[in-house]
Design a protein around this ligand. Structure first.
Ligand code: LMR
Length: 333
């Protein structure tokens, strides 16, 4: 009898809130659309590890990769509604919720290399862009890298003429739409999770993405040719629901900020090797033929895409485009 009473009393102490027992952890649902073995997937796992460590388990981070919770557009709406707390959408995906300025990163050839990118994201332009998120109910915590994009299709893509009449899947960005229109191609907005099947069934003919995204989603298995154009860039903004973030105890917010800072250094540090390893795997697979464009072909592509800057200047903002150009010209690796 005494034994039973002691057990019941112990159970009551455990169950009683605030009776000297551990409080239920704060849950951060971190939803994303790519595979776990990508720069973003690994960055999210690193953030989870560090956040749980630095908060001594007071915060639990649940990472949902591969669009397992939400697809591209839905995940931003879910964040604004507070159904998830954290995301890392690509810069190209903020347009549909009214923040068009991040599309500046989609302009063809605007970033000659990673050093140029860093100058933008880590400087005043990067800060200015993050501030635009707050009126939309989000706080921007960091910029995470993926890498430079390649073009793929079932026909060789060497010069602008090769793009004519081809249907290309694009992310939800008007700059990317303009880019393909200038090439005479037909752009089609589609969620990342739907691309493999669309390529496989011929709903679209081609796509543009980083080697890491192509390899982990097996796009290369359903595209006969991949041209190493490096014409554009995919990177992310890690965003958190503002109400959730502002409502956290200050010490926890500080610990999470530290975890995010370190996860960012980690994720950005592996992005280049992740992409070059993926490119090696794509090459080794023999499923898609890799094409390296000549200098003359690259010059022709640049020229064909140049009007995009004008096409989108009122949408993205001429001043912003000029500021980014000023920052990136002459940046060397
Ligand atoms: C895409 O939709 O192609 C990418 O933005 C996916 C991602 O998150 O890298």
């Amino acid at each position: 009898m005494r034994k039973w009473l002691l057990a019941a009393a112990a159970a009551a102490i455990i169950a009683a809130p605030g009776a000297g027992t551990a409080q239920a952890p704060i849950i951060i649902k971190f939803s994303h659309v790519v595979a776990p073995n990508t720069p973003k997937g690994k960055g999210a796992e690193k953030f989870k590890e560090l956040a749980e460590k630095y908060t001594d388990g007071k915060v639990k981070v649940e990472v949902y990769p591969n669009s397992s919770l939400y697809k591209d557009k839905e995940e931003l709406e879910a964040l604004q509604l507070g159904a998830v707390q954290m995301l890392a959408p690509s810069n190209s995906k903020f347009g549909p919720i009214g923040i068009k300025e991040f599309e500046v990163f989609d302009l063809p050839y605007i970033l000659p290399n990673k050093a140029a990118l860093r100058k933008v994201t880590d400087g005043p332009i990067g800060d200015r862009l993050l501030k635009l998120l707050e009126p939309k109910g989000m706080v921007g915590l960091a910029y995470w890298d993926n890498g430079f994009k390649e073009m793929s299709a079932n026909k060789p893509l060497n010069v602008p003429d090769d793009y004519k009449g081809q249907k290309f899947r694009i992310q939800s960005s008007k700059v990317l739409e303009a880019q393909f229109r200038e090439l005479g191609a037909i752009p089609q907005v589609m969620a990342f999770s739907e691309v493999y099947q669309a390529l496989q069934t011929g709903v679209v003919d081609g796509q543009e993405n980083t080697p890491s995204n192509m390899y982990t989603m097996k796009f290369h298995e359903v595209q006969k040719y991949t041209t190493l154009t490096n014409h554009g860039y995919i990177g992310y903004v890690v965003v958190v629901n503002k109400k959730f973030w502002d409502g956290l105890p200050a010490d926890i917010r500080g610990q999470l900020t530290k975890a995010m800072k370190e996860a960012t250094i980690y994720s950005n540090g592996i992005s280049e090797s992740e992409n070059s390893e993926s490119l090696d795997e794509i090459r080794k697979s023999g499923k898609t033929q890799l094409i390296t464009p000549t200098a003359a072909q690259t010059a022709a592509m640049r020229k064909a895409m140049e009007p995009v800057y004008n096409d989108v200047s009122s949408r993205v903002g001429k001043r912003l485009i000029d500021d980014v150009l000023k920052e990136t010209q002459g940046a060397t690796n």
